[in-house]
Design a protein around this ligand. Structure first.
Ligand code: HMG
Length: 386
């Protein structure tokens, strides 16, 4: 039985900072951000967007096209959780009006969370072939103003519908996983911003990639020339480029060029959005689907990395109907407003504060988008913009 991705939804907040503006404000050569880091814009979430509201908005993109009574599993992978106890997925389930019989929970391992959700859904569908599963990665990457990580922030959500006989991509169950208890990036409970050993994190990412990729090829008797494209977790696009350069180092020129061209197709959206943690790898997948010419059965390799750290290399195959199912991500990107750096700094500082209980928050989102409207008796309220 083929199991895989049937629909993809994407959401990013309606504001961004341009990297040249940020570089000027930080007294840095803009080429460091544009070329050295590989980012052009970064999405900024104000206080009215969080992991829950973004997850709802991403899923609502394809919700009218699915039978919601068939959804048996809903998982939200996030490291930007809004509650220490209640799962983000329960708020999402309510907004989407899913059935009470849905099994639903939140899952966490840094940026690996959505990959963990996908393979959990794969197992679920293999024993519940008449059901579907919604899995979501939803995050806001915050390092802090004037930090080295500032240029690698971002915000957004990717939602996937997993089912049998998928229209877009089928998932191959053979994977190559690797984990090790390390301290490259973490966010202590109560801290709104992440702590990171930046240079170390980039080296560990590459080490984990080399190990899982080589191991995958050996165990599955697959050669790098079999891949149509290789996709990477994209904390910033230069990170993916470094991994891709390692992958193609010993390849014949023709094969190396093919993978480099597809890599370029896979980073177009991330360059505009920034790091969305759990969703980043799958934003790269969406970018590839939108920009590349793909055909039935093309083999796509994916490297998922979550700090702490957990990595897995696995593969998808392109299904015949993928193009018909694409929902244009530029409709979401092109509605964003460019912030001045001063506006961004104000929004960033406000978004670190807990809202005053009982005070309603307003949103400047489009009609139909969901937002966090504040707390009443310390209970989070989510509303649809009218
Ligand atoms: P930095 O101090 O800005 O680094 O921190 P840098 O000074 O080395 O500069 C970066 C690059 O810009 C270098 O290129 C410079 O040469 C280049 P590289 O040597 O790397 O190829 N550069 C220029 N290029 C062109 N023109 C110029 C110029 N000047 C310099 N004028 C760092 C960079 C990424 C470490 C920092 O932004 C950071 O700490 N970011 C957050 C951590 C991170 O994203 N780590 C990635 C791996 S871990 C991961 O992916 C997991 C994560 O997503 C979290 C999770 O799992 O939940 C983060």
């Amino acid at each position: 039985m083929k199991i895989g991705i049937d629909k993809i939804g994407f959401y990013t907040p309606n504001k961004y900072v341009d990297m040249v503006d940020l570089a000027m404000a930080r007294n840095v050569d803009p080429n460091k951000y544009l070329k050295g880091i590989g980012q052009e814009k970064m999405s900024v979430a104000d206080i009215s967007q969080d992991a829950v509201s973004m997850a709802i908005n991403a899923t609502k993109q394809y919700l009218p096209k699915i039978d919601i009574d068939k959804v048996g599993l809903l998982i939200v992978g996030t490291e930007s959780s809004v509650d220490e106890s209640k799962s983000a997925s329960l708020f999402v389930k309510s907004a989407l009006k899913l059935k009470a019989s849905v099994r639903t929970f939140e899952i966490k391992e840094a940026c690996f969370g959505l990959t963990a959700a996908i393979f959990t859904a794969y197992d679920y569908i293999s024993t519940h072939a008449d059901k579907t599963a919604i899995v979501i990665g939803s995050d806001i990457a915050r390092y802090g103003l004037n930090t080295a990580g500032e240029v690698t922030q971002g915000a957004g959500s990717i939602s996937l519908l997993i089912k049998k006989d998928p229209a877009m991509l089928s998932i191959n169950p053979q994977t190559s996983a690797y984990s090790k208890d390390i301290n490259d990036f973490w966010r202590p409970t109560g801290s709104a911003t992440a702590l990171v050993d930046g240079k170390y994190s980039t080296q560990v990412y590459l080490d984990f990639f080399e190990y899982t990729f080589k191991n995958y090829q050996k165990q599955n008797h697959v050669d790098i020339s079999n891949f149509k494209a290789l996709l990477y977790h994209l904390p910033f696009t230069k990170m993916g480029l470094k991994a891709n350069n390692l992958a193609i180092a010993n390849l014949a020129e023709r094969d190396a060029k093919k993978l480099t061209n597809e890599f370029k197709n896979s980073i177009e959206l991330s360059k505009q959005v920034g790091n969305i943690y759990t969703g980043s790898l799958y934003l790269g997948l969406l970018s590839l689907l939108v920009h590349a010419e793909l055909k039935l059965n093309d083999l796509i390799g994916l490297f998922s990395y979550g700090s702490g750290a957990m990595a897995e290399f696995f593969t998808f195959n392109i299904e015949a109907g993928y193009r018909n199912e694409i929902i244009d991500p530029y409709l979401i990107l092109n509605r964003r407003k460019r912030l001045t750096v001063a506006e961004y700094e104000k929004i960033f500082t406000e978004s670190l504060q807990a809202p005053i209980d009982g005070q309603s928050l307003v949103s400047d989102e489009q009609a139909g988008m969901w937002y966090f409207a504040g707390t009443k008796n310390h209970i989070r309220q989510y509303c649809e913009k009218s």
